[in-house]
Design a protein around this ligand. Structure first.
Ligand SMILES: [Zn+2]
Length: 336
């Protein structure tokens, strides 16, 4: 397991002095930049028996265990639903409604023995939890007990896009490590190597986050973007009832993401003259921005933030889309 090239320097710095590796680390930064891969590379390196300049060698017994996914001194906790997603590898598969999106207290309790016992290979033990903000409050409290009395030679790595949502008591017991996106050229090069057809558009749409850009470039995702942006571009305003009628639960979060980035672009075009995300829709953006009421757009932006927060929980997708598009029309209706 290796970190992405743009995070390798950070990884080396962290591993340079093994005596100073914290017992708890909170890795945070934007979505889609490779934080989980960084955390896994860190885990592999800490567990490695013959690290090279601190980094996992990839060939020792420990690295072998790790790459097979059954290192006895490593545990990873994720919500049940994301476990399914990774195993399924089916882009069209909808998450099983019965599978939980939260990290449950039982999952944290289940690793209590793992954290308390001596390690199998007489080295470190590593616990990785992501996304950390998905922890149920009871799960966070259970983890807090371990964070308060960390066992020797243990490393707990939390990964989060939204560290502000974690309990302050959890944050205060972790060393914070902020990871950034790569420079644009490096991200584009990586996307080209991944076979992404229009890397510039994908990267801009993803706000510079390369992994997110790769996901958004998948045909069904690109098609959803095109449909949402075409709707938001309409000179007479969106058609909330008709558009929302086809809204599926699996698409709501992305729909809100595209609305959010579009509204940000409208504000940018209006206030700074330049779009960040959707330059390929420049003409429509300019027209919509001119007709828009800036105050109402800001209010809509706040509403979208809230809608996105709720989007991972089951709501009626049609009503959500309908409501947001009506609000959008109010914000962008032509003056006069
Ligand atoms: Zn190794």
């Amino acid at each position: 397991m290796i970190a992405f090239p743009w995070h390798r320097g950070e990884l080396s710095r962290l591993l340079a002095d093994r005596g100073r590796i914290p017992h708890a680390l909170l890795v945070h930064g934007s979505a889609g930049i490779g934080k989980v891969e960084f955390a896994r590379a860190l885990a592999a390196s800490v567990l490695c028996e013959t690290p090279r300049e601190g980094i996992a060698c990839g060939t020792c017994a420990s690295c072998h265990w790790y790459s097979q996914g059954n290192h006895p001194d490593f545990r990873e906790i994720v919500p049940e639903a994301s476990l399914e997603e990774e195993e399924g590898e089916d882009a069209g598969a909808k998450p099983d409604k019965a599978k939980s999106l939260v990290i449950k207290v039982e999952q944290v309790r289940a690793v209590a023995d793992f954290m308390a016992l001596t390690t199998h290979r007489a080295g470190y033990r590593v616990l990785l939890i992501h996304p950390a903000e998905a922890m149920h409050p009871a799960a966070a409290n259970a983890l807090l007990k371990t964070l308060e009395e960390p066992p020797a030679h243990s490393l707990i790595v939390l990964v989060s896009d939204r560290p502000a949502r974690l309990l302050a008591t959890i944050r205060s017991r972790c060393r914070m490590l902020s990871l950034g996106a790569p420079p644009r050229e490096e991200a584009l090069e990586w996307l080209r190597a991944q076979g992404v057809a229009a890397p510039e558009i994908a990267l801009a749409g993803a706000g510079g986050a390369p992994l997110l850009a790769r996901d958004l470039a998948e045909p069904p995702e690109a098609e959803l973007r095109r449909r949402v942006l075409a709707e938001l571009s309409r000179p007479g305003g969106a058609d909330p009832l008709q558009f929302a009628a086809g809204m599926e639960k699996a698409s709501v979060e992305r729909f809100i993401y595209w609305m959010q980035t579009w509204v940000h672009d409208l504000l940018r075009v209006r206030l700074a003259g330049e779009a960040r995300h959707h330059g390929d829709f420049g003409t429509a953006l300019k027209a919509r921005a001119q007709a828009a009421d800036v105050e109402v757009l800001f209010a809509l932006d706040r509403e979208l933030v809230e809608a996105r927060r709720l989007a991972s929980h089951p709501l009626n997708p049609r009503l959500v889309a309908e409501h947001l598009l009506m609000a959008y029309n109010r914000a962008t209706r032509p003056k006069g």
